[in-house]
Design a protein around this ligand. Structure first.
Ligand SMILES: Cc1cc2nc3c(=O)[nH]c(=O)nc-3n(C[C@H](O)[C@H](O)[C@H](O)COP(=O)(O)OP(=O)(O)OC[C@H]3O[C@@H](n4cnc5c(N)ncnc54)[C@H](O)[C@@H]3O)c2cc1C
Length: 417
């Protein structure tokens, strides 16, 4: 068989990919399998989702979105954020944040700690309030906020079972506008990175690591009811771009959500990419490293020094900030973070050559590699950046003593042979 990830850069080694239409079907497969893992919408770039056993995709299970008595909202795990967001908006509800694309599944996204942006906004995983997991015998186990295992069960890389249903915190709907600024001086950005990255509800800096300026800054402002907001012509010396446009470096890209300061609902402004368009470039590889936001200036300066070596393989880098959480394997566990993202050309040899340089430059800042993206560091070494690793490994072994949900990636992290 030849089943690949979304970007087509990684072929799964699974014997079979089962696309189920009900949770019961997934439970049956899990109960009978010796090795099995969940597959979401395939937007990861590394081996985290793979298995030599069976893959079970829940993306065709009906979303079955429900408003719960306590005001949370639950949905089938394979539901995409795009489908959930449209439902929420119809109910005049919202999520606190979105990733760059709405195409990813809820369970797959929270399993790897997927984040959006905003210094005061936690990752998407931080909104999880409960997960219904299909365990090794096919039984459903609910783990809810407040349970002892909860903080280890959200960003769990699929190691604890298959999330049949995920419950999320929601809030009343709100509007957002996004404004684009050009040519922010690097010196200004580095002098007060907290102020720059905190100048909107969600802020993204786009760079190719060359030159003295950050070419584009996207500022997403959350609007008060009844107000369309106002943004200055100059922000930290950067100039407001009046014409909405695609991501820098991909000017022809019309897949982005509306910019130019036009107010709109949260779900049509917080993601960079529209649900009805191909997100990003498509033919690409991605990497990302998360460090403490307090180290931003030092880390970004170190990367600028190797900018000439990074640029040839790079399509675009994006810098975002995310608030700390307490989820054991979250890349933002215990620290307000800066996320340093790289969208690469689909050129594995070039990417493979430059990643060790980036990781060496970031080494003094204890970088955590995004669990769903490509890095040079092994999963076992990546896991040493997490204080609660031992607790997570114990939880995984308790829930799954034989490693039914294991694969090379997860087994290395939890210390299985
Ligand atoms: C164009 C693009 C843009 C992106 N933007 C962002 C971004 O803004 N922020 C960010 O942080 N990341 C981003 N990513 C990375 C992406 O969000 C993560 O890789 C995410 O895990 C993908 O979710 P998925 O549903 O495709 O999961 P998959 O890639 O299918 O699987 C990822 C992991 O989740 C597990 N999993 C999937 N479904 C379940 C389930 N039902 N139960 C238990 N485990 C499950 C799998 O076993 C695997 O370990 C982006 C990726 C792409 C391709």
């Amino acid at each position: 068989m030849s089943e690949k990830n979304w970007a087509g850069t990684r072929e799964y080694s699974a014997q079979t990919v089962h696309t189920v239409h009900s949770v019961a079907e997934a439970q049956h497969i899990v109960a009978r399998a010796s090795k099995v893992r969940a597959l979401g919408t395939r937007h990861s770039f590394n081996g985290v989702a793979d298995t030599r056993g069976d893959l079970v995709s829940l993306v065709d299970v009906p979303p079955d979105i429900r408003l719960e008595d306590d005001g949370t909202v639950s949905a089938a795990g394979g539901t995409t954020y795009g489908v959930l967001a449209a439902w929420l908006e119809r109910e005049r509800l919202a999520l606190h944040n979105m990733g760059s694309l709405p195409h990813i599944s809820i369970a797959g996204a929270v399993a790897t700690g997927t984040h959006g942006s905003g210094s005061a906004n936690g990752s998407l995983s931080s909104a999880v309030r409960a997960i219904d997991l299909i365990g090794i015998d096919g039984e459903i186990v609910t783990v809810a906020h407040g349970d002892g295992d909860f903080a280890g069960s959200v960003v769990a890389l699929g190691a604890l079972g298959i999330a049949a249903r995920v419950t999320l915190a929601v809030e009343p709907t709100y509007r957002v506008r996004q404004d684009v600024y050009a040519d922010l001086d690097w010196a200004t950005a580095l002098a007060d990175f907290d102020a720059v990255s905190g100048c909107g509800y969600s802020v993204s800096l786009f760079t190719r690591w060359l030159g003295d300026t950050v070419p584009r800054v996207w500022v997403k402002s959350r609007l008060e009811p009844g107000s369309d907001g106002e943004m200055p012509d100059r922000l930290f010396g950067a100039t407001l771009v009046r014409v909405p446009q695609g991501a820098p470096g991909t000017e022809e890209n019309d897949g982005t959500t509306l910019q130019g300061g036009v107010p709109g609902p949260w779900l049509e402004r917080l993601p960079h990419f529209r649900l009805d368009a191909t997100p990003s470039n498509g033919d690409e590889i991605q990497s990302e490293y998360l460090i403490a936001r307090a180290d931003a200036s030092g880390a970004l300066s170190a990367l600028r020094e190797i900018g000439e070596q990074i640029a040839p393989a790079l399509l675009m880098s994006e810098l975002r900030t995310v608030a700390a959480d307490d989820l054991w394997l979250s890349t933002t566990y215990g620290r307000d973070s800066l996320c340093i993202h790289f969208t690469w050309r689909n050129a594995p040899a070039m990417v493979g050559a430059v990643l060790p340089l980036i990781e060496a430059a970031l080494a003094p800042f204890s970088p955590r590699a995004h669990w769903g993206k490509v890095s040079a560091v092994s999963p076992a070494a990546a896991a040493t950046e997490y204080e609660r690793l031992t607790d997570f490994a114990a939880l995984a072994r308790r829930r799954d003593p034989e490693g039914k949900f294991g694969n090379d990636f997860v087994d290395a992290i939890v210390g299985r042979e």
